[in-house]
Design a protein around this ligand. Sequence first.
Ligand code: SP5
Ligand code: ZN
Length: 395
Amino acid sequence: MQPVAHDPTTVAPIPFVWHPRTRRHIPSAEIWLGVRTPGTEVVERVNVIREALIRAGHPEVTAGDPDPEALLAVHSAGLIEHLRTIHDAWVVGGYTTDPGQDRVVPYVFPTAAMLGGLPVRRPTAAHARAGQYCYDTMTLIGPGTWDAVEAAAGAALTAVDLVATASWVDGPGEGPGGPLRGPGGTGGTGAAPMAYALCRPPGHHAAREAFGGSCYLNNAAIAAEALRARGARRVAVLDIDAHHGNGTQAIFYHRGDVFYGSVHVDPGAGWFPHYMGFADETGIHGGDGANLNIPVPPRAGDDRWLEAVQELIESARAFRPDALVVSLGVDAAVDDPESPLRVTRDGLRATGILLGGMGVPTVAVQEGGYHLKSLGTLVVDTLAGLAEGGARAAR
Ligand code: SP5
Ligand code: ZN
């Protein structure tokens, strides 16, 4: 008997994973061209997203503490230790009173060109260490930053737990339905399971040993590695944040087992992260061909955007992934203050449908999105699209 075709309105809502500790990161400012400006990656972001998810009937799951090994699978011990301890060292160093800066703000950066081949030495002064792992002046560290960063990674890992309840070890990607069909999926519809991690701070600008762009640890990369550890042989990370996920790209650039694809505002048109995200970056060594960047012009709307999403998905499908991680930023939306793109609610919903149509177990991880009035709706719409696409793929 054929399975009943599901009306999208009856598709079970995707569970969301969150922890209240993600509220403890209070950046308070971004130093922009030397000027202290109000931070954009604010606590209120998770409040509005969470309220919208609850209103839309998404079941809430509390994030667990991350396994330290799962963080070390992506990041260096040095970066993790730095993020965990530098604010305490800053306070001990007295910088909160002289010069009167309560957040960790870097001023000198040990670039490869500066060092001329020498290894990075650990500076004695905390104000010098502030720049050791950081690449911009906008990603400040306060007293609660590490708690939130750790909780965000925990949310991504709990979302992995929700979709990886069975193992890929016994014949991943084989058979007509692919892996992990049936109970445990989105409502027992036969669709591949999906879960969404309400991460804050976001992660896709964080590399193995460097943080920046409002990101500290790379939640999406941590999820992708955890899916691999659970037996997924190939994982695709598709990034729909308005900005290029330079951190995720750098982490997997040499790897043939993790595909990274991103649609984003053209860095060549003057947009963050400026130095990466160009179309000629296609991967190296074993990862040659497993990286795809589709930069779009600053004022691109739904048509250009969805064309790019379709192209990403075609390449990702050819990679035959056992699992998908979606770097789900919604800052491509027309009203977002941090990007010039003009994608609509319907455009994001259609984006979700296309991604869900891949029909593989999916972990969506929150990245950017800064227009507080529409943020919750944009996330709910994208997730509704994902679930609908997943249900269609299962028919
Ligand atoms: C995760 C994510 O979306 N990160 C975005 C980081 C891009 N930030 C670029 C900021 C450029 C300067 N914006 C001026 C605002 C001053 N507060
Ligand atoms: Zn962004």
